[in-house]
Design a binder for this molecule. Structure first.
Ligand SMILES: *Cc1c(COP(=O)(O)O)cnc(C)c1O
Length: 371
């Protein structure tokens, strides 16, 4: 079956006496044992597993074409579980424009235990040069945040395989609907489900999907079940519900993202537009080959400085000035001021998350803000 069908049916793992068509929310933290001491219902204690989380993990596994998934309470805890599963003293290679929150995880929480080189992952030779004796993992993020750089997953996967390294891919900007990194050779896919998977800016979550059942994945499962940074049954229910419309929401996000990019690129007050759907974008050909759409995220450079960019985000009315992305409502953000004084993000950059409002209203809002 195709993704649209699987998104709606793959999570139907329950059997109920009342014959519900959609899975109920199962709040019980503990489950009955049978006479032999076993758990015939398949669950023991809800930190370990519960029906709503299992349903969500099952749907994500099939949508990402993996073999198993772990849901976490945030995107950062999902990413952190991968780093926690590495042995101390490991070296990893990560993108120079890695999502700043996960970069912070590596530079603060893992500062004494994991070595990292942040480099440009669009340069495959550069990656090769940074592989050392203790390198165990390459972390990619594509499209990247906030410059929408595209990493060629297949090429990096070939390199990782030839050197015996694990390849992880933060696929948050693409969502499971626009790219499936496992089919391109990635070992682990990560999402902040707070973004497109949730899609309505009302639930925090993260997920990992694996291409293989192996010792590394067992370590991750143990971190999830024993550490317990898990989403609640209600959060899992919301995410499962959101996944059912993901493919159709992504079509709208892609359509609005492209239309905004085309409009803004022609505007005299805009110096540059970063959107992988534009033919001049350096990653356009790779994006076209590995994605089924270019997504709803774009960044623009306003002519001028930080103040000129801030004036624009203060003048839009329909776009909410807020961080995060992937919801039905459009957002704008002056990214450098969120990332702080050490950021490499240009000061005149505005990141845009194109929502699902009518495109004419979105363009009209930018038109008045840029005038
Ligand atoms: C938001 C985000 C994260 C972190 O996810 P949280 O749910 O906020 O913890 C990681 N990677 C990317 C690309 C993100 O956009």
């Amino acid at each position: 079956m195709r993704a649209e069908t699987l998104a709606i049916h793959a999570g139907n793992l329950y059997e109920s006496a009342t014959k519900d068509v959609t899975a109920p929310i199962n709040l019980s933290t503990t489950f009955l044992r049978n006479a032999e001491g076993g758990y015939s219902g398949g669950h023991m204690y809800s930190r370990m597993s519960n029906p709503n989380r299992s349903a969500l993990e099952q749907t994500l596994t099939v949508l990402e074409k993996g073999v198993d998934a772990c849901a976490f309470s945030s995107g950062n805890t999902a990413g952190m579980a991968v780093f926690q599963a590495l042995k101390p003293g490991s070296h990893i290679i990560a993108p120079d424009d890695m999502y700043w929150g996960l970069k912070k995880v590596l530079l603060t929480i893992f500062a004494d235990t994991i070595e990292v080189d942040f480099i440009d992952l669009t340069d495959i030779e550069l990656i090769g040069k940074h592989i050392k004796k203790n390198t165990v993992l390459i972390w990619t993020e594509t499209p990247s945040n906030p410059l929408l750089k595209i990493t060629d997953i297949r090429t990096v996967a070939q390199l990782a395989k030839s050197k015996g390294l694990i390849l992880a891919c933060d696929s948050t900007f693409a969502s499971p609907s626009l790219q499936t990194p496992i089919t391109l050779g990635a070992d682990i896919v990560m999402h902040s489900s707070t973004k497109y998977i949730g899609g309505h800016s009302d639930v925090l979550g993260g997920v990992l999907v694996t291409a293989q059942q192996n010792e590394f994945w067992e370590r991750i499962r143990n971190i999830q079940q024993t550490g317990g940074a898990v989403p609640s049954p209600f959060d899992c229910f919301l995410l499962s519900r959101s996944l059912k419309t993901l493919a159709y929401r992504m079509k709208g996000h892609c359509e609005n993202g492209l239309a905004l990019a085309l409009y803004l690129q022609k505007h005299s007050r805009i110096a540059q537009v970063f959107y992988p759907g534009l033919p001049h974008h350096p990653g356009h050909a790779i994006a076209k080959a590995q994605m089924t759409g270019f997504g709803g995220m774009l960044s623009i450079l306003v002519k001028g400085n930080a103040d000129d960019a801030r004036k624009v985000v203060n003048k839009v009315k329909l776009f909410a000035q807020a961080t995060s992305l992937g919801g039905v409502e459009s957002l704008v953000e002056h990214r450098a001021s969120v990332e702080g004084p050490n950021t490499k993000t240009p000061q005149n950059l505005i990141r845009i998350s194109a929502g699902l409002e009518h495109i004419d209203d979105l363009i009209a809002d930018f038109e008045q803000a840029l005038t």
